[in-house]
Design a protein around this ligand. Structure first.
Ligand code: CMP
Length: 148
């Protein structure tokens, strides 16, 4: 069933949060609204584990508020509002999580499940291309072949 939306710029809080995600720069409001509709809000207290290495990936997370810590084998990386995690295990059907991710502070995220992720990359090749860049950078960093 169609949900009523006010005419004009979508002012939904979720869409505002997605507007702050650099990955989505250039997407129209209606595209952001579609992603926002597909997303689930996830709110966890400081200290909570969100992603465990070795698990199957069920979703990816866009941080709206708070700080997450990614614990790779090499280092701890902090991620904040506008950044995302959990994409790597969604980019291949049988991939597993590559790192532990924990909430450093109370954390509010928008989460996309596997099906919504597939829909996103299928409809937005430019988003898929940016995702590949970020993913390769992270894998290279974890492999020790880059410094950033
Ligand atoms: P995934 O492997 O699904 O689950 C763990 C997540 O940690 C991974 O996706 C990335 O989103 C994130 N991650 C892994 N390595 C790094 C890194 N070097 N920098 C930032 N985030 C990372």
């Amino acid at each position: 069933p169609a949900r009523a939306r006010p005419a004009g710029p979508v002012s939904d809080a979720r869409v505002d949060a997605l507007r702050r995600v650099p990955l989505f720069v250039g997407l129209a409001d209606e595209d952001l609204a579609a992603i926002a509709d597909a997303a689930n809000e996830v709110e966890v207290p400081a200290g909570q584990l969100l992603v465990q290495p070795g698990e199957a990936g069920t979703g990816m997370f866009f941080i709206c508020d708070g700080t997450a810590v990614v614990e790779t084998r090499r280092e701890h990386v902090e991620l904040g509002p506008g950044q995302f995690f959990g994409e790597l295990a969604l980019m291949k059907p049988d991939a597993i999580r590559t790192a532990r991710v924990r909430a450093k502070t109370p954390l509010r995220c928008l989460a996309l499940d596997r099906a919504s992720f597939r829909g996103l990359v299928a409809t937005h090749p430019e988003v898929a291309a940016s995702l590949i860049e970020v993913a390769l950078g992270r894998l290279a960093e974890n492999a020790g072949v880059t410094d950033d």
